[in-house]
Design a protein around this ligand. Structure first.
Ligand code: 1DF
Ligand code: MN
Length: 349
């Protein structure tokens, strides 16, 4: 295998779209949360591991998360990554109290924007927002897009057990639609009310709990009628759409059957089938899934313009995965959409 290089000699640039960073100040706030009372069990399991465990995995990831300079760029060079689209790592500011969360969202955006200004050809920013204060989040997203040049927002699934299906959060959706930027619905651990049986099996994190929580979140959002209210709004889901493309047929049948029979009278009647929203309001990345059949399946059911490359640096970044994806048996024009041009379009690069 040839050495991985940036620059597109293979016919496309590699743009990785779910890459994480953590401001040291946010990590300091996490220490306070972990040391405090009534710690969220998912947060304790996730960030308790990455911030305190002595394993090589935890210590390397904790260090890399906080770097927006030389080490990150060297890692990108070694893996042939031309550009990272970067957002604050899960659970972002969403685990904090409202005042700390709003302040740290501003700080995170200033820090990330600074790095993007220093390396405009390598980094693109996604804005952190604090859903704990929806009005602030909407304003901060506007600032991040208009003043700092960010091209998306990242929301790390639930906020203290609450979901974007709740209309109190809709000012954020309204702002994203008006600013014409997508929202990356990134996973985090399931909330307290859901997590106990996951924890007991060691399945609460990226291994499975993330996907359950975040796929469920996306479905709640679709079921809430948010996309009938904001029809142009675009969301991104990682990890092959948290498996929702594979569920599409059954979701259409069973969700439709539930609505038709008014089994849950509180559910709004939707204008379209569930699959319509997945095909019109979602883009999907392959973060964590360097697996040709899953990528091709998703391209087939969602359209090849809606499936994007992501690496998930620094959580999952073996160079072999880039080589595997380079070798996919796929028409060159389709592969270029996957690695490069779909991201250029969506993030206006
Ligand atoms: C992990 C994976 C952690 C992903 C992440 O953020 C994350 C992990 C805290 O392996 O614990 O973003 N991921 O997206 O797969
Ligand atoms: Mn991730």
């Amino acid at each position: 295998m040839a050495e991985l290089k940036t620059g597109g000699a293979q016919g496309y640039l590699r743009i990785a779209t779910e890459e994480a960073f953590a401001p040291p100040e946010m990590m300091a706030a996490y220490v306070e949360v972990l040391d405090g009372q009534n710690v969220d069990p998912g947060f304790e399991s996730l960030m308790g591991f990455y911030m305190r465990h002595k394993s090589e995995r935890a210590t390397n990831i904790f260090r890399r998360l906080q770097d927006l300079g030389a080490e990150r760029l060297a890692d990108m060079d070694a893996r042939g990554i031309d550009r990272q689209v970067i957002g604050v790592t899960a659970p972002g500011v969403q685990v904090l109290t409202k005042d700390k969360a709003t302040a740290l969202s501003v700080l995170a955006n200033d820090q990330l924007a600074d790095a993007c200004r220093k390396h405009p050809d390598r980094f693109t920013g996604m804005a952190a927002v604090a859903p704990q204060d929806p009005a602030h989040a909407a304003k901060e997203l506007e600032r991040a897009v208009k003043k700092l040049g960010m091209r998306a927002a990242v929301i790390n699934s639930h906020t203290h057990g609450e979901y974007l299906s709740d209309q109190k959060f809709w000012p954020i959706l309204e702002a994203a639609e008006a600013l014409d930027v997508p929202i990356y619905l990134h996973p985090q651990t399931p909330p307290k009310a859901m997590i106990a049986p996951f924890l007991e099996a060691g399945l609460d994190g990226a291994v499975f709990g993330f996907g359950v929580e975040t796929g469920f979140h996306a479905l709640r959002l679709i079921g809430s009628g948010a996309f009938d209210r904001f029809p142009k709004l675009q969301f991104l889901l990682g990890h092959m759409g948290e498996a929702l493309p594979f569920w599409m047929y059954r979701l259409d049948y069973m969700y439709g059957a539930g609505l038709k029979s008014k089994r849950y009278p509180f559910q709004p009647q939707l204008k379209h089938d569930v699959s319509h929203y997945l095909k019109h309001n979602f883009h999907i990345t392959n973060s964590g899934v360097a697996w040709e059949p899953a990528i091709k399946f998703t391209q087939a059911v969602l359209g090849e313009d809606r499936v994007l490359y992501a690496m998930d640096y620094p959580y999952q970044c073996p160079p072999e995965e880039v080589e595997i994806l380079d070798r996919m048996d796929m028409a060159p024009a389709t592969k270029k959409k996957f690695f490069q041009t779909n991201a250029e379009k969506l993030f206006k690069l």
